[in-house]
Design a protein around this ligand. Structure first.
Ligand code: UDP
Ligand code: MG
Length: 334
């Protein structure tokens, strides 16, 4: 029997944590009793610099029952980094991980099927939403539109799959070798390869509290996703530039001919319009190219994606972790 670790990033989730922990505990005990997973399996909450009592709740859960573990990040680093921190920390203690949101919008009953697929030999199992009845029209529209735009921009992502997925230790080791600072998991995981499959489930409503992804954050996330995965926007600009250049040569020929034939052009309007249009396009183009240069700059710095302040784990595990840290430090010094 293999060991499963559930990894749950939490940002200001004090309202949902009591219920979430109860349901997950039920689920995992059930799996253990049915001999689907080993009794070393754990539920790991990653506190992403919450401003409320989330960490106190996680610590209390760990005190009461060591099946619950907690990882405390030094500050808020965003959902993706929190998730990555969790996965990379538990990677060496388990055979598979399943990542899911703290609000349990993603049906936890899909976990059984994911584990099943794992035993069938899959290293990655994607949770895919097949219904969005609980989402508002706006959320559904923006979210599905987003997947389509991503596809067009050349990012190979799984339609309607968020971050609810099973990953084996092997897949996580693969993930570790992706060194990018702008880590966009949904786009990077398919790049790892290995055998994968999908599990379908219906997405539910948030149990309590509100979405930590308001429109502004969602747009930023979409933009990050596109620019960290593909260079198609830059190619697009090059294409527009080439097209405009051809048009301008045609215009030149046209106006020369008109001039030689002796017609005078009044055209102030067309002139001013084209100045604005081209000026705007140029600024946009420089902006997009700048975005990529900014990305290169950030990547070149190799800043850490997260810093772990504390890991509430089984005693054995924390010993292992500190030993690992010591060897890492030695490696750095050497
Ligand atoms: N989250 C996080 N850090 C953040 C924002 C969100 O760890 O900066 C977590 C949050 O606690 C939740 C998950 O990411 O477990 C998804 O967030 P949410 O449910 O608010 O997003 P939505 O379902 O509305 O897209
Ligand atoms: Mg949610």
């Amino acid at each position: 029997m293999d060991t499963l670790y559930l990894v749950i990033p939490c940002y200001n989730e004090e309202e949902v944590l009591p219920e979430t922990s109860k349901q997950l505990l039920n689920k995992i005990m059930n799996l253990i009793e049915n001999k689907k997973i080993s009794d070393k399996s754990r539920i790991v909450f990653v506190n992403d610099g919450s401003k409320d009592r989330t960490w106190e709740l996680i610590s209390a859960l760990h005190e009461k029952n060591s099946i619950f573990q907690g990882i405390k990040l030094s500050r808020n680093k965003g959902h993706q980094n929190a998730l990555l921190a969790g996965l990379m920390t538990v990677k060496d203690y388990c055979d598979m991980t399943i990542s899911l949101d703290a609000d349990l919008q993603d049906d936890i009953d899909a976990i059984d099927e994911m584990v099943e697929k794992y035993y069938e030999g899959c290293d990655v199992v994607y949770g895919v939403r097949n219904a969005r009845d609980a989402d508002t029209f706006f959320k559904k529209f923006t979210a599905e539109g987003y997947y389509k735009v991503m596809k067009h921009m050349g990012a190979d992502i799984v339609f309607n799959h968020a971050d609810y997925r099973l990953m084996s230790r092997k897949a996580l080791d693969g993930l570790k070798s992706f060194k990018e600072v702008n880590m966009f998991l949904r786009g990077v995981v398919p790049m790892i390869g290995y055998k994968s499959d999908k599990v379908y489930y219906a997405r539910k409503e948030r149990m309590a509290g509100e979405s930590k992804y308001p429109l502004k954050k969602m747009l930023a996330f979409a933009w990050e996703g596109i620019t960290s995965l593909s260079i198609r926007p830059i190619r697009f600009i090059t294409a527009i530039g080439a097209f405009l250049f051809i048009v301008s040569i045609a215009m030149l020929v046209y106006s020369l001919v008109r001039h030689l034939l002796g017609y005078t052009i009044v055209g102030w309007t067309s002139l001013i319009v084209s100045i604005w249009a081209i000026g705007g396009l140029q600024l946009l183009a420089i902006g997009i190219v700048g975005e990529y240069i900014g990305k290169v700059y950030m990547e070149a710095k190799e800043r850490p994606k997260y810093i772990i302040e504390k890991y509430l784990s089984d005693e054995e595990d924390s010993k292992l972790l500190s030993e690992k840290k010591i060897t890492e430090n030695h490696e750095k010094k050497a």
